[in-house]
Design a protein around this ligand. Structure first.
Ligand SMILES: C[S@@+](CC[C@H](N)C(=O)[O-])C[C@H]1O[C@@H](n2cnc3c(N)ncnc32)[C@H](O)[C@@H]1O
Length: 329
């Protein structure tokens, strides 16, 4: 199945590309955003993706748009470096559409889905430790933390214990093998609308691909790379990510230090706001959700870069997780 781009009209509206603009699409995927941006103005688009299959899918855009489109293989956490190396130190816009594409989800051999049997892989870049490595090697406490923090799964401890018990006699290799164990661990579907493995699969995917760490790096990299008046647009599908984007824009637009009803707002003497005009779209319209069920949980947040220098202060991660390299030896 093709990937249907989510909130496409809103994305272009918030990015507002013009002739001569340089826009970085940090999640090229199926190229839905890149194509529409290229069609909407005589601008240049730099597409970034870490998935070799997505990179291969960029060929038709290169043929169609020539010099106006380039694919930069890599991770969006390095977007500032990738753009500079391609000769674009300052950008007019950056857009991120987080998570996995339908291409990734629907292809059983990528191992993202508990609906299809495939290798327990989940690596977007097809390199580094896989979900099977984590499930087979992580300590019980680490597994429980990953599943709880990234999946917000109440039964995380029970699931981790069952995995570790099962490891005494079996090695986890396939998606269905893990999905069935989770179903048994939490007592079946119990009339729930979602499969009992949903949250654990989400957590493993986010952990294997360092999705929150990548978002943290990308927020800061966009602050460096986007020039004054440029736009930064982020589409999320998960509350943890949406909260991170929301609090980044709140902090960097000076909204977190504001006064209250009782205390007047005091102008900060620290770093000055690097973003303004923070906007959000909290839900796609009904027609979009009807046409594309994956759009249901999407949220869009955007802001415009001010002229102030990027902050020399790390934006923190809201969750504490073990290091992937320490979890798998
Ligand atoms: C939801 S899809 C994007 C779909 C795209 N907007 C479209 O319209 O076709 C997300 C894409 O981002 C890529 N991706 C996710 N995290 C990434 C990261 N940290 N660095 C680079 N690419 C990433 C995935 O491989 C996937 O292809």
């Amino acid at each position: 199945m093709n990937h249907i781009p989510v909130m496409l009209d809103h994305v272009v509206d918030h990015l507002a590309p013009e002739a001569g603009s340089v826009i970085l699409d940090g999640t090229f995927g199926g190229g839905g955003y890149s194509r529409r941006i290229l069609q909407s103005a005589d601008c240049t688009v730099l597409g970034v993706d870490q998935d070799p299959d997505a990179i291969a899918r960029s060929e038709p855009l290169k043929a169609e748009f020539g010099d106006r489109f380039q694919l930069l293989p890599g991770r969006f956490g390095d977007l500032s470096k990738l753009a500079s190396e391609a000769g674009y130190a300052a950008l007019d816009g950056v857009v991120l559409d987080l998570g996995v594409s339908s291409f990734q989800l629907d292809q059983a051999d990528r191992g993202f889905s508990f609906m299809r049997d495939g290798p327990l892989d989940m690596r977007m870049s097809k390199s580094g430790p896989s979900a099977a490595d984590v499930v087979n090697e992580a300590r019980e406490g680490d597994l429980a933390d990953i599943i709880f923090q990234l999946g917000e799964e109440r039964d995380s401890r029970r699931i981790a214990r069952r995995i570790v018990d099962a490891r005494k006699t079996e090695t986890f290799e396939s998606t269905l093998q893990l999905a069935e164990l989770i179903e048994k661990a939490v007592g079946g579907r119990r009339g729930k609308k979602t499969h009992p493995a949903t949250k654990t699969f989400q957590a493993l995917r986010m952990f294997v691909n360092d999705e929150l760490g990548q978002l943290q790096s990308a927020l800061q990299a966009a602050e460096v790379a986007v020039k004054e008046g440029g736009r930064f647009v982020v589409v999320t599908f998960h509350s943890l990510e949406d909260r991170m984007v929301k609090s980044f824009f709140a902090e960097r637009s000076g909204k977190q230090e504001g006064g209250s009803r009782f205390m007047p707002e005091v102008k900060s003497t620290g770093p000055q706001p690097t973003f303004e005009n923070v906007r959000r779209v909290t839900a796609p319209d009904t027609a979009e959700i009807e046409a594309n069920v994956r759009a249901r949980s999407s949220r869009l947040r955007s802001a415009i870069r001010t002229s102030e220098p990027a902050w020399d202060k790390e934006f923190p991660l809201s969750v504490k997780l073990p290091d992937l390299d320490e979890v798998v030896s």
